[in-house]
Design a protein around this ligand. Sequence first.
Ligand SMILES: [Zn+2]
Length: 128
Amino acid sequence: MMTDQEVSDHFWNSVKSKAMALPWCAKCARAFFYPKPICPDCWGEISEWKAVSGRGKVWSHSVVRFPLVRGPFEERLPYTVAFVALEEGPRVLSNIVACPPEEVKGGMDVQITYEERDGKWLYLFKPA
Ligand SMILES: [Zn+2]
């Protein structure tokens, strides 16, 4: 079985290579998030990793107008934090970029995009 560290490394390396992949459980026939060594439903091991299509819909969102922490996100205020429901099923927490916060709507179609911030690659979403 993969260790927590190996699972985390595998996931973030897929983000870094701009092809985010999620662990897939063959028994449950679904992908899951957050990546961990075992399926949250059946506790079975990861069967394989599948790259996501990158398509999803805004499931829930909020606008951050004041800095919660000092750092690389501060200069981007205001910005939109959202749970995006991926086409594959899992909902992932991210930011919506390339779109003014007031134009982000629940259910809107978004597409994954990748960006390096302070040497770390992140997955973000923009309007599709
Ligand atoms: Zn399972």
